[in-house]
Ligand binder design. Structure first.
Ligand SMILES: Cc1cc2nc3c(=O)[nH]c(=O)nc-3n(C[C@H](O)[C@H](O)[C@H](O)COP(=O)(O)OP(=O)(O)OC[C@H]3O[C@@H](n4cnc5c(N)ncnc54)[C@H](O)[C@@H]3O)c2cc1C
Length: 368
């Protein structure tokens, strides 16, 4: 089977790799460079418990989280790229403990993830630089993080080594359909045929699906971030408040994120966005006020109206598949998304429950 994958973010690269290892011939089209959009802009946090207990989203996230240690080890072995999986855990300051405390965590998962409530002394013993306003913390030992730029690069290199033909710098302008079937894509004026087409074009997926007469309600949610110099380190854990999170990278940077803005595809870092993140970060960890700003950036998260991923076959156009809408969790969900999509395409259905993510829920207007 020949599969054309559109989009070289984490979702496209991971799925292309899994498809090729499952025996498919795969061509991946990326109009820029792999990881050049949301997947490179992310913070790389692997926080699986925020979705609320007993939802398919939480099951998906936990399944993906469980895959990460072996994914990181395999990518290192296959490509030589260390994706910097850090397993020191995340502190949620108690005045901002958020969804995890409110929704509760089923006891077996709480044990697996090492969830604990820390009092003020225990919190300060872990992170002495936290503001005196912090009275305690929820600690999730299992909330890990990776270097997402390295991760996309590793998946792209692994995909190429598995035989995926990566066409970077090639923009797909049209999905080709005939008689209710996807036939291929048009990329920079050239037609490419395939047995299946997978759209993994992130926040741009809706534009592409429209060329096949499909109405997909996925929009960009801009996120701005910055990095501070973090040598010597102020924090050793990830610290996650309601309005800001702080991610210490092994490379000596502290990532500070992130805004969530519905401003379309405006390619800007704004004074207000960065000022807001910095004020909240310094309020939480006053010592950060002395640190140099090393970088600022933005990315466009793919966001569906119900904030759930959109995964599966597009109804009414056989051979057309979609994998997008990962919103704030696409790095977290990449390994399991790759598996689910490869199963949809190669075997006709996934091995885990994923019907909450079917694109049927958005189908409107002409099909086929
Ligand atoms: C600031 C920020 C922080 C985040 N932090 C986290 C986090 O800590 N943890 C987490 O799990 N998630 C996080 N996310 C979310 C995560 O980054 C996204 O959910 C994920 O990267 C989406 O991956 P994707 O492959 O679908 O999209 P993208 O990475 O955007 O990839 C889509 C690709 O498709 C290409 N493309 C588009 N149109 C075409 C076309 N017509 N032809 C060819 N190529 C095309 C684009 O160039 C792009 O490279 C964050 C996002 C942002 C912005």
């Amino acid at each position: 089977m020949k599969v054309l994958v559109v989009g070289g973010g984490i979702i496209g690269c991971a799925t292309a790799d899994t498809l090729a290892r499952g025996g498919a011939r795969v061509v991946l089209f990326e109009r820029g460079a792999p990881g050049g959009e949301a997947s490179g802009a992310a913070a790389g946090m692997l926080t699986a418990l925020g979705a609320g207990p007993r939802t398919q989203l939480q099951d998906l996230a936990v399944a993906s989280w469980r895959l990460y240690p072996s994914v990181a080890a395999e990518l290192l072995e296959r490509t030589g790229v260390d994706v910097e999986l850090v397993r020191r855990g995340t502190l949620y300051p108690i005045f901002t403990a958020g969804a995890i405390v409110e929704t509760g965590v089923p006891p077996p998962l709480a044990a697996e993830f090492g969830v604990a409530i820390l009092d003020e002394d225990e919190t300060r013993a872990r992170e002495p630089a936290l503001s005196p306003r912090v009275r305690g913390a929820l600690f999730v030992a299992g909330d890990h993080w990776v270097n997402n730029q390295r991760l996309v690069s590793a998946y792209a290199q692994a995909a190429a080594a598995s035989g995926v033909e990566i066409r970077a710098g090639r923009a797909v302008t049209r999905i080709l359909t005939a008689g209710g079937r996807a036939q291929g894509v048009l990329a920079d004026g050239e037609e490419f045929g395939g047995d299946a087409v997978l759209i993994a074009a992130g926040a741009w997926s809706g534009e592409l699906m429209a060329t096949a007469g499909a109405k997909l309600r996925v929009r960009p949610a801009r996120g701005q971030m910055l990095a501070l110099s973090h040598v010597p380190p102020v924090l050793t854990h990830c610290v996650h408040g309601d309005e800001v999170y702080l991610v210490p990278r092994p490379s000596g940077e502290l990532l500070v994120g992130a805004t969530v803005e519905r401003v379309g595809f405006r390619r800007e870092v704004t004074a207000g966005g960065i000022a807001g993140l910095l004020a909240t970060a310094i309020d939480l960890v006053p010592a950060l006020g002395d640190r140099a700003i090393t970088r600022t950036w933005y990315g466009f998260r793919p966001w569906a109206p119900d904030s759930l991923p959109v995964l599966g076959p597009w109804p009414g156009v056989s051979g057309l598949f979609i994998a997008t809408g990962h919103y704030r969790s696409g790095i977290m969900l990449a390994p399991i998304t790759a598996r689910v999509m490869a199963e949809w395409i190669l075997e006709g259905k996934p091995s885990i429950a994923a019907d909450d993510f079917l694109p049927d829920r958005f189908v409107a207007g002409p099909r086929g």
